[in-house]
Write a protein that binds this ligand. Structure first.
Ligand code: PRP
Ligand code: ZN
Ligand code: MG
Length: 211
C-alpha cells in the first residue's frame, strides 16, 4: 500500500515541494521529465502534474494528497480537504494595469476587459466591489495581454513582482494572499490516512525546526 502525492511538474512550487519531501527524509529521484516516481525509503508514489489540475486529481482519488497554492484550491472549488499550510510559495493574486494608466481605485476597473487564469476568484472580487467588467480567461502568459491589446488589465499571481515590471505593469489591488498547502482526498482509506499522519508529523517537525 502506497500513499500517492501530486506535486507541480514545473513552476514556482516544484522545487520547494521536492525540498519539503527531502527535508522529511524522503528520497526521490528528481523527475523533471517524468510523470511519476517512487520514494526509496517511504511508501510514497510521486506524480508530477500541472498545478491547476491537482485539485481535480485529488477529488477523483487518482492521487491521495497534493501540494498546491491556496489560490488554485479556491479557484477550482473541488471537494478536497486542506490539511496543512506549508509556509512556502507565498504570493498574492493581484490586479495590475499598464504603468501609464491613471488608476485611483477599484471603480476604475469598471467595464474594462480583464485577462486572468482565475475567473472565479476575480468574479467574486469584482462582485464584492460592485464592479462590472469583462473577464477573459486565458491559461498562461497573462502578463502580456495588455501589451498585445487583448485586455486593459490583468489579475494574476505576483511573487517578486519582476514579471509585472518586465511587462510595464503596476500592481493596483491585492485580491488575495496565498501560500502552498497540503490537500487530501476527503475519503482516504485507513492505510492512506495513517501514512498521511506519518508524513504530516514529519512536515510539522521540519516546520517547527525552522521557527
Ligand atoms: C506566476 C504568475 C507569473 C509569475 C509571477 O506563475 O503567473 O507568471 O508567477 O512571479 P513574479 O512576481 O516573481 O515575477 P506561476 O509560476 O505561479 O504559475 P503558473 O505557471 O501556474 O501560472
Ligand atoms: Zn498553474
Ligand atoms: Mg505563470
Amino acid at each position: 500500500m502506497k500513499l500517492k502525492i501530486a506535486i507541480q511538474k514545473s513552476g514556482r512550487l516544484h522545487e520547494d515541494s521536492i525540498k519539503l519531501l527531502k527535508e522529511c527524509g524522503i528520497d526521490i529521484n528528481n523527475g523533471v521529465n517524468k510523470l511519476k516516481t517512487e520514494a526509496t525509503n517511504f511508501p510514497l508514489e510521486v506524480f508530477f502534474l500541472r498545478d491547476d489540475d491537482i485539485p481535480q486529481y485529488i477529488e477523483d482519488g487518482v492521487a491521495d494528497i497534493g501540494v498546491v497554492g491556496e489560490n488554485v484550491v479556491l479557484e477550482k472549488k473541488k471537494q478536497v480537504r486542506v490539511v496543512e499550510k506549508l509556509g512556502f510559495g507565498k504570493c498574492r493574486l493581484s490586479m495590475a494595469v499598464p504603468k501609464a494608466m491613471d488608476y485611483n481605485n477599484v471603480k476604475d476597473l469598471h467595464n474594462l476587459k480583464i485577462a486572468t487564469s482565475y475567473p472565479v476568484i476575480l468574479g467574486d472580487f469584482l462582485k464584492n466591489n460592485g464592479v462590472t467588467a469583462d473577464i477573459h480567461e486565458i491559461s498562461g502568459s497573462v502578463e502580456i495581454a495588455p501589451g498585445i491589446g487583448l485586455a486593459a488589465a490583468i489579475c494574476d499571481l505576483v511573487s517578486s513582482g519582476s514579471t509585472l515590471f518586465m511587462n510595464g505593469l503596476k500592481e493596483v489591488e491585492t485580491v488575495l494572499k496565498s501560500e502552498a498547502v497540503l490537500i487530501a482526498n476527503e475519503g482516504l482509506q485507513e492505510a492512506q490516512q495513517l501514512l498521511l499522519q506519518k508524513l504530516l508529523f514529519r512536515i510539522q517537525a521540519v516546520r517547527k525546526a525552522k521557527n
